[in-house]
Each structure stands twice: as structure tokens, then as C-alpha cells.
Design a protein around this ligand. Structure first.
Ligand code: S3P
Length: 173
């Protein structure tokens, strides 16, 4: 198994953290959630960072964390849904590991995130429309950066198995 990192990208609610944690366990790698890393460093929640520093302040912190994680090896990293917006992040991900896009339809993302209060971008009158907009904007970016696309509305177990199989066959090649 090669030492480069494995990154999960995709929209909010795609299952990056759940899938990443399970995948790391199966592959015997360390799991890091980039958003949790930002929260641990600042000592405040993501909504609080957005409130005080705006989205741009959050994006600066996110880029810093991604650059640092990209300098490590052997990790499974769940990235924040907007990490791919910054071209420097996309380059950092591509150059330091395999990138997996968890592609999930907006309607399902909405169901999974509707009771969540930790995502400032979804605090709008019509979160489903917002998710559709984000999907339209970001799907091409996720695809551009991804080595593997998992198109699945199935559960996380299914995604984990698919990705594990893909990763193992690529690393053995
Ligand atoms: C964001 C996604 C969130 C978090 C922040 C912004 C986005 O992460 O980084 O709220 O721009 O899509 P998750 O994708 O883990 O929810």
C-alpha cells in the first residue's frame, strides 16, 4: 500500500466523515477530518468562525490545514465540502494522494443535513435549492480533482467497500 494520502471530497452530507473513518480503519491508516482540525485549532465551532471572520476567513484556515495535511503521508482525510473551490487546494490534493469524490444527489444530501445546525451555508430559506446550486457549481470541480468517483446514494458501508476495492487494486498495480 503506498504512503500517499487518501482524500474524500464531496458536498455536505455526502458521508465523507463516516466513510473516511471506516475506510481508515479497514486500511490501517490514520483518519483526519479537516473541519474538526480547524475547530480543534481555533477552539470554536465552524458557524462561529463564519460569524466572526466570514467565509473568506474560514477558507484561509481551511487552506492552511490542507497544505499541512498534504505534507503528511498515510492519512485518510475528509475534506470540507468547499475545499475544492481554491485551486491551490486542488493542486495540493492531487499532488499528495488519491482523491475520491462521493457523489450524492442533492435531494438525499438535503435529507441528511436538514436537522443539522453546524453548516452555515445551509442556513437559508430553501436549503434544498442551495444544495442544488452548490452541486451545479462544484460537481465539475470535484470531478476534475477526483481519481475515483463513487456515484452512490447507497449507504456508507457500500461506499467503503467500493473505495477499499478501488484503492487496493490501484496500489497493487
Ligand atoms: C462547507 C462544508 C462544511 C464546512 C463548512 C463549509 C462547504 O464541511 O467546511 O461549513 O462550503 O461546503 P462538510 O462538507 O464536512 O459539511
Amino acid at each position: 500500500m503506498n504512503a500517499s494520502n487518501l482524500y474524500l471530497v464531496g458536498l455536505m452530507g455526502a458521508g465523507k466523515t463516516t466513510v473516511g473513518r471506516q475506510l481508515a480503519k479497514r486500511l490501517g491508516r490514520r483518519f483526519v477530518d479537516a473541519d474538526h482540525e480547524i475547530v480543534a485549532r481555533t477552539g470554536v465551532s465552524i458557524p462561529t468562525i463564519f460569524e466572526i471572520e466570514g467565509e473568506s476567513g474560514f477558507r484561509r484556515r481551511e487552506a492552511q490545514v490542507i497544505a499541512e495535511l498534504a505534507a503528511e503521508t498515510g492519512l485518510v482525510v475528509a475534506t470540507g465540502g468547499g475545499a475544492v473551490l481554491d485551486p491551490a487546494n486542488r493542486i495540493a490534493l492531487s499532488n499528495s494522494g488519491l482523491v475520491v469524490y462521493l457523489c450524492v444527489p442533492p435531494r438525499l444530501l438535503h435529507e441528511r443535513t436538514r436537522h443539522d445546525h453546524n453548516r452555515p451555508l445551509l442556513k437559508v430559506a430553501d436549503p434544498l435549492a442551495r444544495l442544488q446550486e452548490l452541486y451545479d457549481q462544484r460537481d465539475p470541480l470535484y470531478r476534475a480533482v477526483a481519481d475515483i468517483v463513487v456515484e452512490s446514494s447507497g449507504g456508507s458501508q457500500h461506499m467503503v467497500k467500493l473505495i477499499e476495492h478501488e484503492v487496493r487494486s490501484r496500489c497493487a498495480a
